[in-house]
Ligand binder design. Structure first.
Ligand SMILES: CC(=O)SCCNC(=O)CCNC(=O)[C@H](O)C(C)(C)COP(=O)(O)OP(=O)(O)OC[C@H]1O[C@@H](n2cnc3c(N)ncnc32)[C@H](O)[C@@H]1OP(=O)(O)O
Ligand SMILES: CC(C)C(=O)C(=O)O
Ligand SMILES: [Mg+2]
Length: 566
C-alpha cells in the first residue's frame, strides 16, 4: 500500500477543551428516529423502488413504529412525485406520523416540492446544500459568503412557500451537507443564519441535521463536532439536532451513539444501513444496542426474520449473516466452549428464575427478536462440544444425557460432522444418537422373559427369570436369579455360551415425554476389565423394561466394539 501518502485528514476538529460527552457511558433515552430508507436508501439502489414498492415499504416502516419518514425527493422523478401524491390523496399517512421531503436550494425544485405537498397534514421540508471545503472549491467554486447565500435564499423561499399552505403544518430541516468536511466555525455560521431566518418556536422546532455525508474521522471527532454545534447553535431550545451518519469508515453506529451523547436529539438512518456507498447508519443496530442496555428504543424489531425477508425483497440486497441483531448467524454458536457456556447460562437463568438477561455470548435473548434457541443458537459442526450436543438432544428431543456420557456422545457426533465436512441438523444428530445407543437389539435380543418373585417366610427380596434370548442369530433359554429383575436378566445372559464380561457402573432414568403416558428412558453404563465404559439407553412404557433394554444396548455396544466371544 505505497500510496498512503496521497491521503490526509479532511475533517476539522472543533475548538473544544473539554468533551462533555465523554462523561456519559450509554444512551439513556431513545432519540427521535427518522427513516430515510425511501430517500437516501432508495437513491442508492441499483433500481430504485417502484411506486407500488414504495407504498408497501412505507406501510412496513409504519409497522416498525417510525413516526418520521423521509419519503423522497419529490422533484427528482415522476415516481417520487406520484408516490407523495398517493400517500396524501389516499390518506395513507397516520395522524401521528410526519413525512419529510428533500429539496435542493433551487427555486424550481422548491416550488415543485411544495406543489407535491398540497393537502398534507404535517410535513418536514428538508433543505440542503454542500458546505465542505472540497465542495465549495471544486463543485460550487464559491466563497463562504456565496455558499451561505445558497442556504439563506433557500431558507427564505421555504418560508414564503409555507405561507401558501396555511392548512398544513409544515416545519423545516436544514442540512449543511458534507458537514464533516466543513470548518466548524463555518458550519455553525451557516446553520445559525438559516435558524435566524426560520425563527423556530417551541411548537414548530427546526431540525438542524448534521450529516457525516462522508465519514472522515474517528467517531470521537464527530461527537466533538456535534457537541460544538450543540453548545453554540442559536435558539438551541427550539432546535432538534439530527445526526445522519454514513458508514464509509465502518463507524456509522459509533458516530450515531457518540453523537447522541454529545447532544443529538434525532437520528436519520435506514434499516440494515442501506444507503449511498457503504450505506447510512443502521437504525436497527443503534436501536437494538439501546435495547441491550435496558432502554426502550421505541421501535419494534421483535420479528427480525420477517423484517429481513421484507427488506431483502424490496431492496434486492441481502442482509449479511453477521449483520448485528438481524443476520442469520448472529446468535449461532458452533464452537464447543461457547455452546457449553450458553447451555449453562440458560440453565442458570431458569434455575434461579432470573428476570434479567445475562447469558454468556448472547448479548440479547434471541427470542426477543423472533429467533429460536434450537434452530438459531446452538449449531453443531466439527468445532462443537459435548455441552452443545447434549443441549440439542435435551431441548429438542428430551434426552437428559448423564454427565459422564456426554463426552463420548460429543465426539461421536462431531467426528461424523468432521468427516462429512458439514453442519449437522438436530434431526441428523438425533439419528446418530439413536442408531448408536437407543434400543439397539443386535446381536443380543431378548425375546421373552418370565419373572418370579423369590420369597421365603422371612424375606421377599429376589427374582428369578426364565429368559429366551437370541444372540447372533441363535436362540437360547436360560434361567437365573438376581436381587431384582435387571440383575436376574444380567445373570441369565451371563449363563449363555457367550462370555459376557462386564460389571454395572451407573444407572439413571427419567420420563421422556411430558404427559401422563410418558415413556421411561433408562441409561446404563457397564465396564469391562480394561475400565472402558459402554453406554446403552432403553426406552419402554415400563421402567424395568426400559432398564433391561438399556442393559442389552450397553452389551450390544460393547460387543459391537469388541466382537462377540463365545
Ligand atoms: C448527500 C445526498 O444524498 S444529497 C441528495 C442527493 N439526491 C439526489 O440527488 C437524488 C435526486 N436528484 C435529482 O433527481 C436531480 O439531481 C435533481 C432533479 C434534484 C436536479 O437535477 P439537475 O438539475 O438535472 O441536476 P443536478 O442535480 O446535477 O444539478 C446540479 C446543479 O445543481 C447545483 N446544486 C446541487 N446541489 C444543490 C443544492 N443543494 N442547492 C442548490 N444547488 C445545488 C449544482 O451546483 C449544479 O449547478 P450548475 O448547474 O450550476 O452546475
Ligand atoms: C441530504 C443529506 C442530509 C444527506 O443525505 C447526506 O448529507 O448524507
Ligand atoms: Mg445521506
Amino acid at each position: 500500500m505505497k500510496n498512503y501518502e496521497k491521503y490526509k485528514v479532511g475533517y476539522f476538529m472543533p475548538p473544544v477543551n473539554e468533551m462533555k460527552w465523554t462523561k456519559k457511558d450509554h444512551v439513556e433515552v431513545a432519540p427521535d428516529w427518522c427513516s430515510v430508507d425511501l430517500r437516501d436508501g432508495n437513491q442508492a439502489l441499483i433500481v430504485p423502488m417502484s411506486l407500488e414498492d414504495k407504498i408497501e415499504f412505507f406501510k412496513f416502516l409504519l409497522n416498525l413504529g417510525f413516526k418520521e419518514i423521509e419519503v423522497g425527493f419529490p422533484a427528482a422523478s415522476k415516481t417520487e412525485y406520484t408516490f407523495l401524491r398517493t400517500l396524501i390523496e389516499h390518506d395513507l399517512i397516520p395522524d401521528d406520523v410526519t413525512i419529510q421531503v428533500l429539496t435542493q436550494s433551487r427555486e424550481h425544485i422548491i416550488k415543485k416540492t411544495f406543489e407535491s405537498l398540497k393537502g398534507v397534514k404535517k410535513a418536514i421540508v428538508h433543505l440542503y446544500n454542500s458546505t465542505s471545503l472540497a465542495q465549495r472549491e471544486q463543485v460550487f467554486q464559491k466563497s463562504q459568503d456565496e455558499i451561505v447565500e445558497i442556504a439563506t435564499s433557500g431558507a427564505k423561499l421555504l418560508k414564503q412557500y409555507r405561507e401558501t399552505m396555511p392548512e398544513s403544518h409544515i416545519s423545516f430541516e436544514y442540512s449543511p451537507e458534507s458537514f464533516t468536511g466543513t470548518e466548524m466555525d463555518f458550519a455553525l455560521r451557516i446553520c445559525n443564519e438559516v435558524i435566524d431566518i426560520w425563527q423556530p418556536t417551541a411548537d414548530n422546532k427546526v431540525v438542524i441535521n448534521l450529516p457525516a455525508t462522508v465519514s472522515m474521522s474517528m467517531p470521537h471527532v464527530y461527537a466533538s463536532q456535534i457537541e460544538y454545534m450543540n453548545d453554540h447553535l442559536h435558539q438551541r431550545e427550539n432546535i432538534r439536532i439530527s445526526l445522519h451518519p454514513h458508514n464509509d469508515r465502518g463507524t456509522a453506529v459509533a458516530d450515531a451513539e457518540l453523537g447522541i451523547l454529545a447532544g443529538g436529539d434525532r437520528v436519520e438512518g435506514t434499516l440494515f444501513g442501506n444507503g449511498e456507498r457503504t450505506g447510512n447508519v443502521d437504525i436497527i443496530t443503534v436501536a437494538m444496542n439501546m435495547y441491550a442496555h435496558g432502554v426502550d428504543p421505541k421501535l419494534d424489531f421483535s420479528d427480525m426474520p420477517s423484517i429481513v425477508e421484507t427488506y431483502e425483497r424490496f431492496t434486492g440486497l441481502s442482509v449479511h449473516p453477521r449483520q448485528p441483531y438481524g443476520g442469520q448467524l448472529v446468535f449461532a454458536a458452533f464452537s464447543g466452549s461457547h455452546q457449553d457456556a450458553i447451555a449453562k447460562g440458560m440453565a442458570y437463568l431458569e434455575a434461579h428464575e432470573l428476570d434479567e438477561w445475562m447469558v454468556p455470548y448472547l448479548p440479547i435473548d434471541p427470542h426477543d427478536v423472533g429467533r429460536k434457541y434450537d434452530a438459531d443458537v446452538i449449531r453443531i459442526n466439527s468445532q462443537s462440544g459435548k455441552g452443545g450436543i447434549a443441549y440439542i438432544l435435551e431441548q429438542t428431543y428430551g434426552y437428559a444425557i448423564p454427565k459422564q456420557m456426554r463426552e463420548e456422545v460429543g465426539y461421536l457426533v462431531k467426528d461424523i460432522s468432521d468427516n462429512a465436512h458439514k453442519e449437522l441438523s438436530a434431526e441428523e444428530i438425533y439419528e446418530i444418537f439413536k442408531d448408536e445407543y437407543i434400543n439397539v437389539f443386535t446381536p443380543v435380543d431378548i425375546n421373552d422373559a418370565t419373572f418370579k418373585k423369590v420369597s421365603t417366610y422371612k424375606s421377599d427380596d429376589g427374582m428369578t427369570v426364565d429368559l429366551n434370548v437370541t444372540i447372533d442369530g441363535h436362540s437360547y433359554d436360560v434361567s437365573a436369579a438376581g436381587n431384582g429383575r435387571l440383575d436376574a436378566v444380567s445373570n441369565a445372559l451371563k449363563k449363555t455360551p457367550y462370555s459376557f464380561d462386564y460389571t454395572f457402573v451407573t444407572y439413571s432414568e427419567h420420563a421422556l415425554d411430558a404427559d401422563s403416558n410418558s415413556r421411561a428412558c433408562a441409561y446404563i453404563a457397564i465396564t469391562d476389565q480394561s475400565g472402558k465404559l459402554y453406554w446403552g439407553i432403553g426406552i419402554h412404557d415400563d421402567i424395568v423394561a426400559a432398564s433391561i433394554n438399556a442393559l442389552v444396548c450397553a452389551i450390544n455396544r460393547q460387543n459391537k466394539i469388541r466382537p462377540l466371544n463365545k
